[in-house]
Design a protein around this ligand. Structure first.
Ligand code: FES
Length: 210
């Protein structure tokens, strides 16, 4: 009896060893495929998302260049000067208002020929002018010219034709914190090119916006 039991024990032990080998290999294979599918899933799912994120953020690396087509256009991609008017279009001593059209560039977009502001240009001699941004330094309204002075319709700031502050038309103190914002310019072949800038309003100092 004890011999039979011993034989059964040996048979059971042998039997369990043989039957557990294929099961162990199966578990190993299953584990491998599970890990492989997780890795593949991560590559397939995360890869495109990363590529999309990189493409989305790419403009923030500071690429602010104009398309090649516009590099040598009127807006002139290498200069801040903008062609605004010709000398011929002006009469001596009569300020005239002109829209300033320039190309707009931000991190994502290039928009050619957009209105960016306006200027008054007064012809002083056949070859010289003075140029002012039309924006009132007080709070940003558009200043008007009556031929002898500049006046702001919003809070009665007023300026002489040379851009300096004058007593306001209503007799109250001039609310503008500074003179009108003069702009630099160049005359090239009879064309007036303006270094156009917009400035912060409500400040004593003249500070250009970026
Ligand atoms: S905005 Fe011109 S006076 Fe106030």
């Amino acid at each position: 009896m004890s011999d039979d039991l011993r034989r059964d024990d040996v048979a059971n032990v042998d039997g369990s060893d043989e039957s557990s080998e294929p099961s162990s290999q199966g578990n190993t294979r299953r584990g491998f495929f599970e890990i492989a599918s997780i890795v593949l899933g991560a590559i397939v799912g995360v890869g495109p998302a990363l590529i999309g994120l990189v493409a989305f953020l790419d403009p923030l690396r500071g690429r602010r260049t104009k398309p090649k087509l516009y590099e040598e256009g009127a807006g002139n991609g290498t200069s801040s000067l903008v062609r605004v008017a010709s000398m011929e279009a002006l009469s001596l001593g009569e300020p005239q208002r002109f829209l300033v059209i320039d190309d707009q560039i931000d991190a994502w977009n290039f928009t050619p020929d957009e209105p960016v502001g306006a200027v008054y240009i007064e012809k002083l001699t056949p070859s010289t002018v003075r140029v002012f941004n039309t924006t009132c330094p007080h709070a940003g309204c558009s200043v008007e010219c009556n031929g002898t002075a500049y006046e702001c319709p919003c809070h009665s700031s007023s300026f002489n034709l040379n851009g300096t502050k004058s007593v306001s038309g209503s007799g109250r103190a001039n609310p503008s914190p500074r003179d009108m914002d003069a702009l630099d310019y160049e005359v090239r072949d009879g064309e007036i090119w303006v270094d156009f800038k917009n400035f912060y309003t409500g400040r004593d100092e003249k500070k250009a916006k970026a």
